[in-house]
Design a protein around this ligand. Structure first.
Ligand SMILES: Nc1ncnc2c1ncn2[C@@H]1O[C@H](COP(=O)(O)OP(=O)(O)O)[C@@H](O)[C@H]1O
Ligand SMILES: [Mg+2]
Length: 283
């Protein structure tokens, strides 16, 4: 049985509009984090919504050897923890009640210890009894994350989980996600705009562009001057920082004629590299 998340030939869209085209990724192993990056409208959120079961699509997805897309929504909901990109406005519920509700959805009973542990982990104890609607955007985002983590999912789908967080909490949330996936043997997919953050915390980076896969692999192989040029249309350098980590420095927009001339050859080369990695022969 192949452990982890397997994604092959996945496509999805909204009504007649196809947004994702033939996405095939290397296996995502238990205990790992995959960062999903790409320019605006690349299809990152659509990809997460498909995995979360909010939209339908085609292709083969399996989690720990079991077909995933065909499972009934209730069975899938037990396995998946999805944090949407939009930060919840907050109902009239108290922060504690909202996390308790999420916990009970997975059949959790009155084990308040699990909930209290999450509140401590995310430093939310002092807002536990406040209405979610009255919290700052950052705290609401953390409450959303608490709702996901308390359910102990096998597959974490976090769509820009750090967008409202300050620097400290960006690092802290990703450290916590790392700790949780390693401890539980879960698989995490995390969409982020900050490419440096993505390279730093992930085991694999997936680059989407215009609904297609541009690159997937270890951070320093997926993020190159070429992928940055094709995906984001910027001229960028990747240099090692004093600790030895690669850092992207975007210098300027790529000249449009360069962008138009570059993609086909480079894209073919990147596809070739990907084929070698995934063992697939088609496009
Ligand atoms: N509910 C929707 N109905 C129709 N089109 C949508 C919907 N949501 C997103 N799209 C379109 O799908 C494309 C990809 O969007 P999205 O997945 O949100 O990209 P990203 O998260 O990478 O910014 C965009 O062109 C967007 O306009
Ligand atoms: Mg998005």
């Amino acid at each position: 049985m192949s452990e982890g998340l397997s994604i092959r030939d996945v496509s999805a869209g909204y009504g007649p509009r196809q947004v994702l085209h033939d996405i095939t990724l290397p296996q995502m192993h238990p205990g790992t984090i995959t960062a999903v990056v790409g320019p605006n409208a690349a299809g990152k959120s659509t990809f997460m919504k498909l995995l979360a079961g909010l939209i339908s699509g085609g292709g083969k997805i399996s989690l720990n050897g079991e077909a995933f897309l065909q499972r009934p929504p209730s069975a899938r909901a037990k396995l998946v923890g999805y944090l949407p990109q939009s930060i919840p406005g907050g109902s009239g519920l108290l922060a504690y009640e909202s996390v308790l509700g999420a916990y009970r959805m997975t059949g959790g009973g009155s084990d308040t210890e699990a909930i209290e542990r999450i509140f401590r982990l995310l430093d939310l104890e002092n807002v536990a009894l406040r209405p979610v609607s009255e919290l700052s955007g950052g705290k609401r985002q953390l409450v959303g994350l608490a709702q996901v983590l308390v359910r102990d999912p096998r597959l974490l789908l976090l769509d820009e989980p750090t967008s409202a967080l300050d620097l400290r909490w960006q690092i802290e949330v990703l450290r916590i996600v790392r700790e949780v996936v390693e401890r539980e043997g879960a698989v995490a997919l995390v969409c982020v705009h900050d490419i440096n953050l993505a390279m730093r915390f992930s085991d694999m980076v997936v680059v989407l562009s215009e609904g297609r896969l541009l690159a997937a692999g270890p951070p320093s192989e997926a993020i190159t001057a070429e992928t940055l040029k094709i995906g984001w249309q910027v001229e960028a350098r990747i240099e090692n920082c004093s600790l030895g980590y690669p850092v992207v420095l975007a210098d300027k927009l790529a000249r449009s004629e360069t962008v138009i001339q570059l993609p086909r050859k480079k894209l073919e080369r990147l596809k070739g590299q990907l084929r070698e990695k995934t063992g697939r022969c088609d496009d």
